[in-house]
Design a protein around this ligand. Sequence first.
Ligand SMILES: Cc1cc2nc3c(=O)[nH]c(=O)nc-3n(C[C@H](O)[C@H](O)[C@H](O)COP(=O)(O)OP(=O)(O)OC[C@H]3O[C@@H](n4cnc5c(N)ncnc54)[C@H](O)[C@@H]3O)c2cc1C
Length: 430
Amino acid sequence: MPCQRTHLLVKLYGMTHQTRKVMNIAIIGAGAAGLAAASVLQRTHAVTLFEQKSVVGGLWRTQDDFKHTALYPSLRSNLPAGLMAFLDFPFQRHLIPQQEGDYPGPAAVAAYLQAYADHHQLTQKIQFKADVTRVSPIDESQWLIELADRPAQRFDAVVVCNGHYTQPNRPIIEGALESGLKILHAKDYVHPEPYRDQRVLVWGSKASGMDLVREISTTAKQVYWCGHDPDLEALVRDRRNVSIHTDPIRLHTGGVQLADGEHLAGVDQVLLCTGYQYQFPFLDDALITIQDNLIHGLHQHILLAKRPTLAFIGLPYLVIPFPLFLIQSQWLNAVFTGQLQLPDVPKLIALSEAAVAQHLANAAAPRHFHRLGADQLPYLAHLIESAALAPLPETFLARLKAVYEIKLAHPQDFRAIELPSQTFRDPLPA
Ligand SMILES: Cc1cc2nc3c(=O)[nH]c(=O)nc-3n(C[C@H](O)[C@H](O)[C@H](O)COP(=O)(O)OP(=O)(O)OC[C@H]3O[C@@H](n4cnc5c(N)ncnc54)[C@H](O)[C@@H]3O)c2cc1C
């Protein structure tokens, strides 16, 4: 009988009682998500991180020229360090240059992530310059990780933390090719000088759109900010050369047709701030399907329902990333240790399909499935409750509220506003 039961478990979960206790886990990527996953999973399991670069920190570890990265030299975080930090490790003040105040730039965040890796003694578990080229299931319960320049390795579970800010989303606009207009993406952006005296259409109204519109407006003749979020005006009221418009639908030489019928006659360049696309070049299409940036078949944006020893940390966006990465990792650890018993595979698949159906039934675009925004706290609360994790610290919630209020009252210059010292004084509890 035990043998039959084990066989059933292997079939249903791809894991045995044995591997549920101490698993051999591969983590792909040593950015913030990979470090969070490793810090948690290493307490119970054997972890190996594969990082294609030679350093930790992912996105935040930029090249000096800032080419080929979503970040740019003047970028400052859009969350204060005291809210951005992992819940188990404060963002030490001395890492942030004084002129950056509470909102660190890339080098300070990279230094924080290095300090986090050191604090959790993760470096010795990372294989650097290890480019994962393929992840495939082998037999009923294991995974094979293939690497560009070293032998393949077998694991009981794989946690994908490869980030999602490398593949620009470039919506196709009719007439783009024929128009001859220069069309760049936020990933190409380094500094505002190339936009001097230009008439620039910026499309996209989330954080990057806002920051780049404000920065480009310091050199450009005119910035046409196109997007469909309400209240964009409040973000640029102090910029006389920025005007607000709806989405572009057709480009032609020197001009742009907009969705509401308006026509912009003089446009020299287009800058797309239209986000990025998920990509997992090392995963076979048979494992996951991505439709309009919606990843199908996931349970709680984390586990691959049909083979729940493959997991993803860090997919949701419009969130407070580092704390979310940590809680997702704690939830995953509860699953991998068997502390949280999940339904069987057919039920997990049904749940993942129901979640997608519910999202689409609300007339939401598929690509917004992983965009949590206001759903972030209920999502975290669900993970915490289902896996009996420690609740979110009151300090964190108070900081979130304070930052939300500051951003609402000072949308243009929230980084210049002093944070309430009472709320932000103490480091978050370990
Ligand atoms: C412009 C911009 C501004 C942002 N501002 C903020 C902010 O202010 N605050 C905030 O908290 N977040 C911000 N974010 C969100 C940011 O994504 C997260 O902070 C965080 O860096 C994401 O970490 P990650 O580990 O998921 O991805 P990444 O940092 O991208 O790390 C992924 C890692 O995986 C590695 N990798 C990828 N593929 C492979 C492979 N095949 N084999 C081996 N290794 C691989 C990469 O080399 C990389 O090191 C911002 C993002 C952008 C684009």
